[in-house]
Design a protein around this ligand. Structure first.
Ligand code: FAD
Ligand code: UDP
Length: 387
């Protein structure tokens, strides 16, 4: 073990990015991953029907951050893909985020008046969160807010979080605002697309470096020990190099203050003997069904396969920490933040331990945010070593 300069736990975007940057700076990195594959939740593979699917739910890459895009572009070419989502509202399909086209579909001949009101009040091209729109005292805007709340947010949010939209972290519903525009893309970021040969291939290239030693099927707990006195052991011997941990922080400390709450998902994959199952990459079921959304992978990946397609339905439920369950969404509220802070304070007692990633930081981060944070962290580690 003395041969390693740094240890990274988790081979998702956080861990893989840090490993690569440290490796390129000349550090010998030991990367531990408890699953039998790399890629974290972005992992994709070819299913029995020959369709490229995402094992842990649909992942669409988008960012405003050129640095992140440039970094990832070293390991993949991109297929130009602009994600478009529709809500199925009692059989009628309308763009989500709810926009001026959705307004036409929902309100028909009254849509023009609502559109003018929205534009006059907020401005063309503006994004307004549903919670903000619901504050409106204007009668027509209040009617519109009610419609969007009832038909786009209420049921979907109850399914996804088990709570009403007004009771969850406002940043969550703000991800999908009402958009005063005819741009029906889910994201407006300048860089959007899918890795040409899939995410797993991107990760294989990122981790292909002589300074990276990857161990799959290896839980960090088998190799790392955090002692009571703030020192870390690797394979039973003192280890002073950086340890970047990207798993759930409560796991790291055997859930000593209790379990951090998460939502988990059941993914139900179905292969159908048709060219296309649905018109869009994703259809959100915002007023009925037990699942939240259906994604058809061929739309995302551009794969051409005749008369065969695979879809995934997502069912959300409480994470109980049971074996085989994965923690997907941190439930962000004051109580859980406070619990997280206790774990983070404990982690801070180990001077060489860094918490990084969606799980370790207990945040709702997209892939690009994670890569950005990983680049920053790796850069700091590198500088720390040379100064
Ligand atoms: P992860 O990908 O979770 O990787 C952590 C890794 O650490 C895992 O491989 C895990 O097995 C490993 N690990 C944990 N504990 C240990 C341990 N003790 N020992 C060894 N290994 C361990 N983002 C987007 O930008 N666009 C999207 O369209 C998008 N869609 C999403 C859909 C779903 C359903 C979900 C859940 C997330 C989505 N995301 C999306 C977010 C994206 O998945 C995350 O931003 C990204 O995967 C986070 O990377 P990470 O490395 O922090 O964590
Ligand atoms: N949301 C909703 N209806 C929709 C889409 C989103 O109510 O049709 C709400 C819901 O609370 C969801 C949140 O907005 O959890 C964020 O949606 P997003 O699509 O960003 O979720 P993710 O892709 O991260 O699961």
């Amino acid at each position: 073990m003395a041969q390693f300069d740094a240890v990274v736990v988790g081979a998702g975007f956080a861990g893989a990015t840090v490993s690569r940057v440290l490796a390129e700076a000349g550090q010998r990195v030991l990367l531990l991953e408890r699953r039998d594959h790399i890629g974290g939740n972005a992992y994709d593979y070819i299913d029995d029907a020959g369709v490229l699917v995402h094992k842990y739910g649909p992942h669409i890459f988008h960012t405003r951050d050129k640095r992140v895009f440039d970094f990832l572009s070293r390991f993949t070419a991109w297929r130009d893909y602009q994600h478009r989502v529709v809500a199925n509202v009692h059989g009628q399909l309308m763009p989500v985020p709810f926009n001026l086209t959705s307004l036409d579909i929902a309100f028909e001949d009254r849509a023009g008046r609502f559109a003018k009101k929205l534009t006059d009040t907020y401005g063309e091209g503006k994004k307004v969160t549903i919670l903000e729109l619901r504050q409106s005292e204007d009668k027509e805007l209040a009617e519109l807010a009610d419609y969007v709340y009832e038909n786009i947010f209420k049921v979907y949010t109850m399914k996804q979080w088990g709570q009403r939209p007004e009771d969850i972290d406002p940043a969550t519903t703000a991800r999908v605002p009402v958009f005063i525009s005819r741009d029906d893309r889910y994201f407006q970021d300048p860089y959007q697309g899918m890795p040409q040969d899939g995410y797993t291939s991107l990760f294989e290239k990122m981790l292909d470096h002589p300074n990276i030693t990857l161990r799959l099927n290896t839980d960090a707990a088998q190799q790392l020990t955090l002692t009571q006195v703030g020192t870390t052991l690797l394979g039973g011997e003192a280890f002073k190099g950086p340890i970047v941990y990207t798993g759930p922080v409560d796991d790291l400390f055997e859930r000593r203050f209790g379990r951090l709450p998460y939502r988990t998902l059941d993914f139900v994959f179905e292969t159908h003997g048709v060219e296309w199952y649905q018109t869009h990459g994703t259809v959100n079921y915002t007023v009925d069904q037990d699942y939240t959304r259906i994604t058809e992978f061929k739309h995302l990946t551009g794969q051409t396969l005749s008369k065969k397609t695979t879809i995934v339905k997502e069912y959300s439920k409480e994470y109980t920490g049971q074996d085989g369950q994965e923690p997907y969404y941190a439930i962000i509220n004051d109580e859980n933040r406070a619990l997280y802070a206790r774990y983070a304070a404990l982690a801070a007692e180990y001077p060489n331990l860094r918490l990084l990633g969606r799980l370790a930081e207990y945040q709702y981060y997209n892939m690009d945010a994670i890569v950005g944070r990983a680049l920053d962290l790796a850069e700091n580690e590198r500088k720390g070593r040379t100064t």
